[in-house]
Design a protein around this ligand. Structure first.
Ligand SMILES: [Zn+2]
Length: 270
């Protein structure tokens, strides 16, 4: 069992969504109770950016990324990208990455129309040397080619990883980690279960993607950040490594990706 002092991070959880509005303090308390005491909240749309800044100010342990998720691009104006660039360049307190951004091959908006938005995020990651939180569904090859072309210097994470070992290795070779979440709780996800068992531990981050992506056995329920402790347990079983050994290694990956700058600048991440 994890304890409070062994703080673990949920590296991808949408605490700013309506689903958590009514009882966020209770959600965070349940999370802390199992040792998950830090949360990274990626943005989905420009109308949420102020909410993320406010969340960081109000809730110790909450950090955030700013970006434009492909699902909500239809509501954005090109002006949003200029605003994004300014807000990122100002490096506001609590900002740890750019995202969530990416490409989705399973939505109505054609990839060709998503592409310029994602490319602007890639350019900003290169200019500002911030890590990138990437959403990628049914367009793995396109995303891989773009990451290889731009090579964002601070790397990033392909969140909600559901790929193969080979895909994981390709991403890791480009400095991109894999966000490991509820997918690995499903027996049928054999390819991804094998991949996360075999990939170098340095390449892995834990996440829930709450309120989405429930674990096996909890379908239909709101996914909550405390479940990161369950993802850790499953990952430890798949890798045949003790939880106590795996946990500090995974947490070091979060530090290396999202908090390196911050610890260098402030001498602390607290
Ligand atoms: Zn997400």
């Amino acid at each position: 069992m994890l304890t409070d002092s062994d703080a673990l991070t949920d590296s991808h959880v949408h605490l700013d969504l309506e689903e958590f509005a009514a009882d966020l303090p209770a959600v965070l308390a349940r999370s802390r109770a199992v040792g998950v005491g830090r949360w990274i909240v990626p943005a989905i749309a420009s109308r949420h950016w102020d909410r993320l800044v406010a969340l960081h100010a109000a809730q110790p342990g909450v950090f955030y990324a700013l970006g434009l998720h492909p699902w909500f691009l239809a509501e954005e104006s090109p002006q949003a990208l200029e605003t994004l660039a300014c807000r990122l360049a100002a490096r506001p307190e609590g900002l740890v990455a750019i995202g969530e951004c990416g490409l989705d091959g399973a939505i109505a908006l054609p990839l060709a129309e998503q592409l310029p938005w994602f490319e602007r995020h890639l350019q900003l990651a290169c200019e500002l040397k911030l890590p990138l939180i990437v959403h990628c569904r049914r367009c793995y090859n396109e995303v891989l080619a773009l990451l290889a072309r731009y090579r964002p210097p601070a790397g990033g994470v392909l969140h909600g990883f559901a790929g193969s070992r080979q895909q994981g290795e390709q991403l890791w070779a480009l400095g991109f980690r894999l966000g490991v979440g509820g997918v690995i709780s499903y027996e049928r996800a054999q390819k991804t279960r094998r991949a996360v068992a075999q990939l170098p531990v340095q390449a892995l981050l834990l996440e829930t993607d709450g309120p989405s992506m429930p674990l096996a056995g909890a379908q239909g329920e709101r996914n909550e950040p405390w479940r990161v402790s369950e993802v850790l347990t499953i990952l430890a079983q798949l890798r045949q490594q003790p939880v106590e050994v795996l946990m500090p290694l995974l947490e070091a990956n979060v530090e290396a990706l999202f908090f390196r700058d911050r610890s260098a600048r402030n001498g602390s991440i607290a």
